[in-house]
Design a protein around this ligand. Sequence first.
Ligand code: GLN
Length: 568
Amino acid sequence: MARPKYVFITGGVVSSLGKGIAAASIANLLESRGLRVTLQKLDPYLNIDPGTMSPFQHGEVFVTDDGAETDLDLGHYERFTHAVLTRANNATSGSIYERILSRERRGDYLGRTVQVIPHVTGAIRQQIEKVGTDGIDVVLTEIGGTIGDIESLPFVEAIRQMRQEVGRSGCIYVHVTLVPYIAAAGELKTKPTQHSVKELRALGIQPDILICRTETGLSRDLREKISLFCDVDRAAVIAARDVDTVYQVPVEFSEQGVDRIVLDRLGLEAGPPNLGPWKRMLRTLRHPTDSVDIAVVGKYVDYEDSYKSLKEALLHGGLAHGWQTRIHWIEAESVSASTSERLLGRYDGILVPGGFGSRGIDGMIETIRFAREYEVPYFGICLGMQTMVIEFLRNVCGIPGAHSTEFDPEAPARAFLKLRELKGVEDLGGTMRLGAWPCRISEGSFAREAYGTAEISERHRHRYEFNRPEIEGTVTAHGMRITGETPEQGYVEICELPSHPWFLGCQFHPEFKSKPLEPQPLFKAFVKASHERRLRRDKTSAEQEAERFLRLHQPRPLAATARWADFD
Ligand code: GLN
């Protein structure tokens, strides 16, 4: 089988330039020409994986089917392409060193000195080559951080060495950089880009393509200048101007011929690009026929990156119907019995997402009470399902002491617990249930209607499980239904309130599998239910308005003295 080609993406000047989106967009274009692609992120930090990093620091932890806790860029990769990503598609310095050090302890190096070059760089190269199997045409590897960082040096060296191995047409280097606008001078400045490329060249890498982030775009002169100073073909100096949605980026790149340049450099043959469906999706995004307002009540709401996939999945849920989803982020701690109506009253649907730790739990429970009592469509994800069951036990089943042992280890009624606590055995232990698990859905449920099938698979990242033996009987006797479970172990996956317009909690994270062209079914159904409520509400307020109008303009009996003539 032919060896894959490699595209390496680095970033310069500052972080947060959107390297991940750039990589995903190039992959999207190559895929639209019929090539098979995969993407990989190599992060220079020392944590073994982002699993234990704070969502405030690092944003969302994205979970793959095989249960890897990865960088959120992998979410972009999956949303922009059909690449199937696994644990091998994200590695950190920490994970690379861990592997090398345990080999060293085992004596695998036979007494030789273990060094950054060749051992660390060798392990990085292995990691890169590992994902290019199974008929993949192009591997796109993004190096985290910024060129010039001390910790990224071994990665840069490893991708430099790759060219030695695969040859000139075997790989290319794409460098994402910044061309800032300096207001005082009224000009875009190319100097930071020049410096960044200089730095990259000092490390032995000559970029083939420069992706220049600018607020506006690049003039011909500026392209010439960058091309000359950085020794990059003029056509390969690409302007990545700020756009209204990240989904526009592949189109911008395609218009500037990025995919063509990549193919030429790599000597690859491919069909013409088919961007039709993607462009239609963009048109729907820009010209929605209606909108829904969704309140997301969580604990990391000030930092939207912590709910990246969730945000996208809600947008996709709207796109599926041609509508815009407007998301309103509400800090769970601010919701209480006295504020719930004011804070939540105006939304069409309410969602409580995943989370860890006890801060904000009371606010979530209050939020769910509000959604249940006022018949607002409710979608609870992971922690949002756990709090949904706890609210139900407390306020409907009359068990005020119901809680998850995560928040109250001594809870008199344990609604959620680690399985070990229940069985006294070390099965899943304190570790998480991660990655894809199958789930069987019952007939006649919201979930079944949404998915249209009984067997599904969704991704997980949690520790505490629904305590079936101790609470199932109570909640079901009061009208809650368990509508999804893992076929073998019987772990509870989905709970619903059938008496409500739409009220569903799931233990898994459906947001990880949503794509703009393939909206996740539960999000699609939740947005639809929320829209129905909006219509009901609009209708009620239209009816109220009509009544008020009639009251005000009711034909009054004419005064006795008035004659028809007075009205002429
Ligand atoms: N903290 C809960 C648990 O570990 C929920 C996790 C989540 O929402 N991802 O079970």
